[in-house]
Design a binder for this molecule. Structure first.
Ligand code: 3PG
Length: 209
């Protein structure tokens, strides 16, 4: 099993977060763990992102701390330096792939068309992020891909929410889903940790096979 397969098999719900303050890392990770999630994807969309990755890695060895929105070679070396267990990208370029291979970073590349899925597959990615999931065709798109591209499993992200999560997870080529709806910036700024952990618990209960 690859690192990505292990992490995604253990977590059917990947929280995708943008963090502005390092001090939010600890209460957020506590809330996620309390709810039953042992991974987090911290996106490189804020100035504090790398410090947040470093802090989560240091303080939460029981969590698989990933870094999202990886777009460049600099991002790859920065997240490795911060200790990220894996990287996630909305897509993949040939240039980025070269850097990823050289780095050895466990990686989840994105795709939203059949050709992109095939290109990622040529690079050896049997598990891919389907992004932006809802905008790119949602569950129907994934079902359509399952015959011609039967070996690939997806982590749909982008527009996943509590209403559609079950339909995604019931789709046979879906390994897990990612989303920000339960860990939105509003909740984080407000320190709504109890709400986050109770939402996580409720969602996990709902999707439990
Ligand atoms: C991502 O980076 O994967 C998405 O922005 C998360 O999508 P969502 O905010 O629609 O859940």
């Amino acid at each position: 099993m690859t690192t990505i397969e292990k992490i995604l098999s253990n977590n059917q719900l990947i929280p995708v977060v943008a963090l502005d303050r390092v001090e939010d890392v600890s209460p957020l990770c506590d809330a996620l763990l309390e709810g039953g999630i042992s991974t987090i994807e911290i996106t490189l969309r804020t100035d504090a992102a790398l410090d947040c990755v470093r802090t989560a890695v240091r303080e939460y060895p029981e969590m698989a701390v990933g870094a999202g929105t990886i777009l460049t070679a600099d991002h790859v070396s920065a997240v490795q330096d911060a200790g990220a267990a894996y990287g996630v990208s909305p897509g993949l370029t040939d240039k980025l792939q070269k850097v990823i291979v050289a780095s050895g970073l466990a990686f989840l590349p994105g795709a939203s068309t059949a050709s992109e899925v095939m290109r990622n597959l040529e690079y050896g990615y049997q598990i891919q992020k389907f992004f932006p999931a809802e905008a790119a065709g949602g569950v129907n798109f994934l079902k359509s891909l399952s015959a011609p591209l039967s070996s690939v499993r997806f982590c749909p992200t982008g527009g996943v929410n509590e209403k559609n999560i079950s339909s995604y997870l019931e789709t046979p080529n879906v390994i897990c889903v990612g989303g920000s709806w339960f860990v939105g910036i509003g909740r984080i700024v407000a320190g709504d940790w109890k709400q986050i952990s109770s939402d996580v618990r409720r969602i996990l209960e709902k999707i439990k096979d």
